[in-house]
Each structure stands twice: as structure tokens, then as C-alpha cells.
Design a binder for this molecule. Structure first.
Ligand SMILES: Nc1ncnc2c1ncn2[C@@H]1O[C@H](COP(=O)(O)OP(=O)(O)OP(=O)(O)O)[C@@H](O)[C@H]1O
Ligand SMILES: [Mg+2]
Length: 390
């Protein structure tokens, strides 16, 4: 074996008849013929039967070809959830989705449904001309081939659709576009999956930006203002609580911050907190279960200014579980001594006294304190540049 150069057919035959390999028997022989092999050789100048063989028997010939063409090794392919076809894996790869993006069980099921939805056919026909923008527990967001529309593709998006529709109606009523929230272009398409068409927002999420470093006081203030305005636009439309204010739900560029993800936003004035355990919560012991977006904004503002989560001792938000964080936060506001300590911590660690005071104002705001917060923001942002450290 090995002295005489082998043809592809020989190579394949040899490999599949390897003794002891019970799974591979026959499948290749059945799925590939000489004509196919010749065609492969003439179509792909770099066609290499050995590489193709490495995918067998787990993947069949069609899958092996897709994976091979996409440059995904068998080892890599196996890091994807089982049940995804090789073709699907290669499409996801071209789109920019990797197994590292899959953190929730629900996502696997959603991906499979996305391949079955004929409305998304254009994505799978030309995945390299689309781009993966981000994902959460409920959705994948994909940029279309014009670079202008972000498709939010998920399950149970009807609440978000209802909220965005209300905001669009309010925009029309006042005759001016909202500037600080993700605007809907078209929705809701329902099929195997729900699809909402959003305006594409250029930039990175605040969560991504904060992975590199904290922000200057001035930038912190600017982004806090952007998120606050986004909340105002939402409230102007009759939606009282966003309930999911956190760095992953804010997109920023050099100039501004835009609030996204209205998935659990609600008109309900007594709305309870849902999810968002790291940045949610309330500062009012008596109303500890009620949503308070300003309180969330205070926590986001603090993390922008310091790079640390206020309720995590080590400063690293991930060094404490979300459950422990909820307990720590609750204790901080139940016990006046602890509350004073957190106030001191804010003043000691936010690198600007005015911003520290404002962050604490947000942290202690009632859910409806938009008036005083707005006034203070207007005052701070009008200050000459040297008064807040840049
Ligand atoms: N209009 C948009 N323009 C650009 N990127 C977007 C847009 N909307 C969403 N994204 C990206 O997609 C990601 C997921 O979007 P979104 O937060 O709306 O989904 P989600 O599934 O509801 O999230 P989660 O369940 O984690 O809150 C965002 O973090 C962001 O990176
Ligand atoms: Mg989100």
C-alpha cells in the first residue's frame, strides 16, 4: 500500500473497507460514483479525496462537500450541535455564526426552524452576502444583503412587535423620527419563526465595548443620555417599562447610544421584573419586585464609568452569579448601613464627582422620576467641557 499513486476511487474504496469500521461500510459507495468523482475533480482544482474522507461516516458525501468547501474540518464540524446538516453548518459559518454563539438550548431549535422557513430562503441561498449581527436567548439578528435591514428572527416576538408598532404610530403622530431606539421597518412575519425587520444600527453593543475598557465620564454621560432618551421615546408611546436595560441591549457608536430589544417591554404600570437579573431590580424594598428602568440605567452608567458592576465585590460582573447579584442588590437597599456604603463606593470609584452624584441619583430614582433625571442630565450636558473630566 502506498507505493503506487491511488486514484480517488481507489482511495475511497480502500478507506471504507478498513477492517473494524462497522459504521462506514457501503455508505460512500452508494452515494458516490465515478462520474461524480470526475466532476468533483474537474470543478474543484484543489479537490482532495483524503480530506473528504475525513468527514465519513458521520457526514455523507453531500455534507462532506459543503463542509470541505467552507473550510470547516470534521473536528470543527463536530463542535456544532448534533442534528444540524453539514450544509446548514456551512451556511451558518458563511453567515458568521459559530458554535460559540450558541449559549442557550432554545437556539438550536430556532436555528433548525430558520432553515425550514421559506421566507428566509434568500439568507441560505447567499449566506456570505448577509451577516450575523448578534443573538440573545430569543432571537438571531441578521443583516440583509443591502446592509440596511436587520432581521430579528425568533420565537414569540409578538410582544416586541406590538411595542414597536405603538412606537411607530407615535412617531407618525408627532411627525418626527425617534432617534434613540431601534426602529421597526416591517413586521411581524410569522411562519416557522417570527421575523421583525428593523433598521440596521451601526456600531457595537455596549457590552462588547465594555469588554475592552471602561469609558470616560463624558462618554458615560453621553451614552447614559442616549439610553435615557430611548426610554423617553418609549414612554411617550405609552410603553412604561423596558425591563431589559443592560449593556447587551444598547448599541453605541462614537457619537450616540441606541436602546434596542423591546422583547419584554410593557405598558403595564405595575409591571414586575422579568429576567435581566444582572441589571434589573428595584431600589425600593417595598416594591422590590417592580421594574425600574432608571435604577437599571444607574447600574449601567456605573459599569460604563468604572468597568465594574456595583454589586460585585471583585468588580468583575461575571465573578458573581446573577442569583447572588440579585441578593446582594436587595440587601444593599434593605439595610441603611449597606446603602450608605454603596453610596460611598459610587462616590469613591466613579472618576468624576458630578457623574458620581448623577449615577447615585439614578440608583435612588423612583420608577417615574423622569422629570428630575431629565433636568439633571440637561444641566450636566450643558456644562462647559472642563467641568466634567473628559
Ligand atoms: N437593529 C439592529 N441593528 C444592529 N444590530 C442589532 C439590531 N438589533 C439587534 N442587534 C444585535 O443582535 C443582538 C440580539 O438582539 P436582541 O437583544 O434584540 O435579541 P434578544 O434575543 O431579544 O436578546 P436577549 O434575549 O439576550 O435579550 C443584539 O445584542 C445586537 O448585537
Ligand atoms: Mg437582547
Amino acid at each position: 500500500m502506498g507505493e503506487k499513486p491511488r486514484g480517488i476511487r481507489d482511495t475511497l474504496r480502500l478507506e471504507i473497507s478498513e477492517p473494524g469500521d462497522t459504521q462506514s461500510g457501503g455508505s460512500l459507495e452508494e452515494s458516490i460514483d465515478d462520474l461524480t468523482l470526475q466532476t468533483l475533480q474537474s470543478v474543484f482544482s484543489d479537490f482532495d479525496a483524503e480530506s473528504l474522507l475525513s468527514y465519513f461516516p458521520r457526514y455523507d458525501i453531500a455534507e462532506a462537500l459543503c463542509l470541505w468547501r467552507a473550510g470547516i474540518s470534521r473536528k470543527e464540524a463536530e463542535t456544532w450541535p448534533e442534528g444540524l446538516h453539514g450544509y446548514q453548518i456551512s451556511c451558518l459559518h458563511y453567515l458568521g455564526i459559530t458554535p460559540g454563539h450558541l449559549t442557550y438550548n432554545e437556539q438550536e431549535d430556532l436555528l433548525k426552524a430558520m432553515f425550514e422557513d421559506p421566507r428566509l430562503g434568500e439568507i441560505w441561498e447567499r449566506p456570505d452576502e448577509h451577516a450575523f449581527l448578534g443573538s440573545g436567548k430569543h432571537a438571531f439578528v441578521v443583516l440583509d444583503d443591502t446592509g440596511k435591514t436587520a432581521y430579528k428572527i425568533g420565537r414569540n416576538l409578538e410582544n416586541e412587535y406590538g411595542v414597536l408598532k405603538k412606537m411607530r404610530a407615535q412617531e407618525r403622530k408627532r411627525g418626527r423620527r425617534f432617534q434613540h431606539m431601534a426602529r421597526m421597518k416591517k413586521g411581524l412575519g410569522r411562519g416557522q419563526v417570527d421575523v421583525i425587520e428593523l433598521e440596521y444600527i451601526q456600531g457595537r453593543t455596549l457590552e462588547q465595548v465594555l469588554r475592552d475598557s471602561s469609558l470616560s465620564p463624558r462618554r458615560t454621560l453621553r451614552y447614559t443620555q442616549g439610553i435615557f432618551y430611548g426610554l423617553m421615546e418609549m414612554r411617550e408611546s405609552g410603553i412604561l417599562y423596558h425591563r431589559d436595560v443592560r449593556p447587551a441591549n444598547v448599541i453605541v457608536d462614537n457619537k450616540k447610544a441606541i436602546l434596542i430589544d423591546f422583547g419584554i417591554a410593557t405598558e403595564e404600570p405595575q409591571a414586575l421584573i422579568r429576567d435581566n437579573r444582572r441589571y434589573g431590580g428595584s431600589n425600593d424594598v417595598a416594591e422590590i419586585h417592580r421594574a425600574n428602568d432608571l435604577f437599571s440605567l444607574g447600574q449601567v452608567s456605573y459599569v460604563m464609568a468604572t468597568g465594574s458592576h456595583l454589586f460585585s465585590e471583585s468588580g468583575d460582573a461575571r465573578s458573581i452569579t446573577a442569583g447572588d447579584l440579585v441578593i446582594r442588590r436587595r440587601e444593599a437597599f434593605e439595610d441603611p448601613k449597606k446603602r450608605r456604603r454603596y453610596r460611598e463606593k459610587v462616590y469613591d470609584t466613579v472618576p468624576d464627582a458630578l457623574l458620581a452624584a448623577f449615577t447615585w441619583q439614578l440608583m435612588t430614582s423612583r420608577p417615574d422620576d423622569y422629570g428630575p433625571v431629565g433636568d439633571e442630565l440637561a444641566r450636566l450636558t450643558a456644562l462647559p467641557i472642563y467641568e466634567i473630566i473628559t
